[in-house]
Design a protein around this ligand. Structure first.
Ligand SMILES: Cc1ncc(COP(=O)(O)O)c(C=O)c1O
Length: 396
């Protein structure tokens, strides 16, 4: 079988010498990033201050347009932030937690950074309710949906969960939220670039994500989408001059918010990170996420097959419609196994309570998946991981 996506391998230098199974954490760097960062430096070097008018000022929106096409949003509807934490902080600062509709719902299987921001809203009057998953891993979707009622202001959740790569039925959540008059905040960090996302079809109110993972965009580029019909009702208190209707009028006093998505910006943007991020976005747009998903389903199946051959327990739902791009493999002493894999140039990671996360992406060879499992088997047979048992922690 021919796999035409493999023609993109040469665009990713690290693939020449590394088995790269960690795109759920940091996608491989596209070669094009060198040129993007050079054009950033060239524009600054040659055009000086004029660079703002010649592209920089609008980059939070123009770079956002490359995300908009990946999530089903229209041009101009996505703004770039430094990361998800900042994007959610800006967004939530616009909400009014007036009783009786002041409840935020989330579940403990979700990524902690958003949880920290949600929990911090208690100080502003939010009634924050965490739905427990029991094992901290499996998504308690039934309980979350049941909990949505007329007291719910926002229900916050991921589309694909970071620990077990479970993909949830978002349309079910939105249906219940609409019936109860609640808003939905969806984190698509573990989805965009590997699983199709359609913000309009699903009628999502707020959507956030970032670039470090499947988008191969590197750090410093998170994104925020807000449903346009909600703009007028939302005035963030975490704000700055980029959110002003006429920033270059330098008016003092209370801000007059822009009428469009830029009302959710704040101060001067992270220009170099936006340049760097575009190289990955362009490749993903060129290929199309449907095509990436098709390959991902085939290769995650292959992962399951190798797990079964070795009787490894998996933590990711097997049903195609319920899984994202990662297969999580629960092997005893998985933390130490990952350290040994890394020393052998096979990159994966480990999440406590879940296991080893293994992720093929559009640039992955089937033989790399086989090599990953062969290496795991060899490590376990020779007990080569045991020398790492005393080392604690990880930086990724
Ligand atoms: C689902 C999800 N949300 C958010 C983040 C990170 O948020 P931030 O961009 O604030 O670092 C991650 C991982 O880094 C994640 O997996």
């Amino acid at each position: 079988m021919t796999d035409d996506l493999l023609s993109y391998r040469s665009e990713f230098p690290i693939l020449e010498n590394t088995t790269y199974m960690i795109s759920h954490s940091l996608g491989a760097m596209p070669r094009g990033v060198y040129d993007k960062l050079r054009s950033y430096a060239d524009l600054w070097a040659t055009r000086g201050i004029r660079a703002w008018a010649e592209g920089w000022w609008n980059m939070p929106v123009t770079t956002g347009n490359l995300i908009a096409s990946l999530i089903g949003a229209a041009t101009g509807e996505v703004v770039m932030h430094q990361n998800v934490s900042v994007a959610v902080s800006v967004l939530l600062s616009a909400l009014d937690y007036k009783s009786p509709r002041n409840r935020i719902l989330y579940c403990d299987a979700d990524f902690p950074t958003v949880i920290y921001v949600l929990e911090s809203q208690r100080k502003r009057g939010a009634d924050v309710m965490c739905i427990p998953s029991g094992n901290g891993l499996d998504v308690p979707l039934d309980a979350l949906v049941d909990a949505i009622d007329e007291r719910t202001l926002v229900v916050s959740l991921s589309y694909v969960f970071f620990k077990n790569s479970e993909k949830i039925d978002i349309e079910r959540v939105v249906r219940k939220a609409r019936a109860a008059g609640a808003l939905v905040l969806l984190d698509v960090y573990q989805a965009t670039g590997i699983v199709p996302v359609d913000v309009k079809k699903w009628d999502i109110d707020f959507l956030v994500g970032g670039s470090v993972k499947w988008l191969c965009g590197g750090p410093g580029a998170g994104y925020l989408y807000v449903k346009p019909s909600l703009y007028q009702k939302l005035e963030p208190s975490v704000t700055g001059w980029m959110a002003h209707e006429h920033p270059f009028a330098f008016e003092t006093g209370p801000i007059k918010f822009a009428g469009d998505s830029t009302r959710f910006l704040h101060g001067s943007p992270q220009i170099p990170a936006l340049y760097a991020a575009e190289a990955g976005y362009e490749i993903i747009n060129q290929i199309g996420v449907e095509k990436i998903r098709e390959k991902s389903l085939r290769q995650t199946d292959l992962n399951f097959r190798f797990c079964d051959q070795s009787d490894y327990r998996t933590r990711t739902p097997r049903e195609p419609k319920r899984r994202g791009g990662t297969v999580v493999v629960d092997i005893p002493q998985g933390d130490a196994v990952v350290k040994e894999l890394t020393s052998r140039n096979v990159l994966t990671d480990y999440r406590p309570g879940a296991g080893i996360r293994i992720s093929p992406h559009f640039y992955t060879l089937d033989s790399e998946i086989e090599a990953t499992f062969d290496t795991i088997r060899d490590i376990l047979e020779t007990k080569a991981h045991e020398k790492h048992l005393q080392q604690r922690g990880s930086l990724y």
